[in-house]
Design a protein around this ligand. Structure first.
Ligand SMILES: Nc1ncnc2c1ncn2[C@@H]1O[C@H](COP(=O)(O)OP(=O)(O)OP(=O)(O)O)[C@@H](O)[C@H]1O
Length: 272
């Protein structure tokens, strides 16, 4: 697929920009297992892009390629118009790509506020040495970090639990704190690995609303893996469908819903 240069406006009035990330002919193997076979797709600025497919289809592997956790044996990752050399996950994070995990990865003994603050590490420029030399600069930075974190805590409506240790929170709220921490990094692209997994209907509705609001308010591009089809079809601008490591569909929710290969492989059968 070629990078898209034109912006367009969605039915609900959001502007989707040109291609910001492009996966070109990605193949990823684990020993003899091919987790991803020759997959290409793009992600446009400001869009909500879903990756779906049955268990073992290769979705998490693909998210891990985007986040730099896995380096594919073949293919190229293009980001903001440049081919990305193999890099470590922290370097990918420095380029403005943040993620949440399928299994929540928070510091259980720390408060919500402190957990969200850890998302700011990328913005904390002053090391100990420069902090000692330029106390004023470090203080200014600290204030800016706090302001951003407070803004996100307000936005995601978790003020009431800001001093609560994360370990004491119910599952749905932990997921929201994880989203807050990822947002604290002010990412250009946010990767969400099954953001609704294990949630009840009400929690899913809340999380859907927050994802849409984040996209709308901060203009964050979002790529997500999700099993709940209702959620995927409601939230996403475009959907990539994977099956056995291959791409079998790519398009708007309506397009993939009506794609016979997708119906056969995925939508026609029951899923968790
Ligand atoms: N670290 C690994 N080592 C070996 N094989 C792996 C590894 N990670 C994934 N695989 C294999 O690659 C394939 C794709 O797995 P992946 O987890 O990406 O699929 P998925 O679509 O995310 O599945 P699920 O929906 O169950 O999370 C599977 O066959 C899996 O067993």
């Amino acid at each position: 697929m070629n990078a898209q240069a034109e912006s367009y406006v969605t039915d609900d009035g959001r502007t989707i920009g040109p291609t910001v990330m492009e996966m070109k002919n990605i193949t990823l193997r684990f020993g003899g297992v091919k987790a991803i076979t020759d997959i290409s797709f793009d992600i446009r600025e400001g869009e909500i892009r879903a990756i779906i497919g049955p268990n073992g289809a290769g979705k998490s592997s693909m998210l891990n390629v985007i986040s730099g956790f896995y380096v594919p044996q073949e293919g190229e990752v293009w980001y903001k118009g440049k081919k990305r050399p193999p890099m470590k996950p922290y370097q990918v994070a420095q380029q403005g790509i943040a993620r949440t995990f399928q299994n929540i990865a928070l510091f259980e003994g720390m408060t919500v506020l402190d957990n969200v603050m850890t998302g700011r590490i990328r913005q904390m420029q002053s090391g100990l040495f420069s902090q000692a030399l330029w106390k004023g600069k470090a203080e200014k930075e600290e204030v800016a970090n706090r302001e951003q974190v407070e803004k996100i805590i307000d936005f995601l409506e978790i003020q009431h639990i800001r001093k609560t240790p994360v370990g004491r929170l119910p599952y749905g709220l932990k997921k929201r704190v994880e989203l807050a921490r990822a947002l604290a990094a002010e990412p250009s692209i946010l990767l969400l690995d099954e953001p609704m997994a294990g949630m009840n209907v009400e929690e899913k509705e809340d999380m859907s609303r927050f994802i849409l609001d984040v996209n709308d308010e901060f203009g964050t591009t979002i790529a997500l893996i999700e099993h709940d089809m209702g959620v995927v079809m409601d939230l996403s601008d475009r959907v990539v469908v994977m099956d056995y490591g291959k791409k079998i569909g790519d398009g708007t929710p309506d397009e993939v819903r009506n794609n016979q290969d997708v119906i056969d492989a995925y939508l026609g059968v029951a899923h968790d």
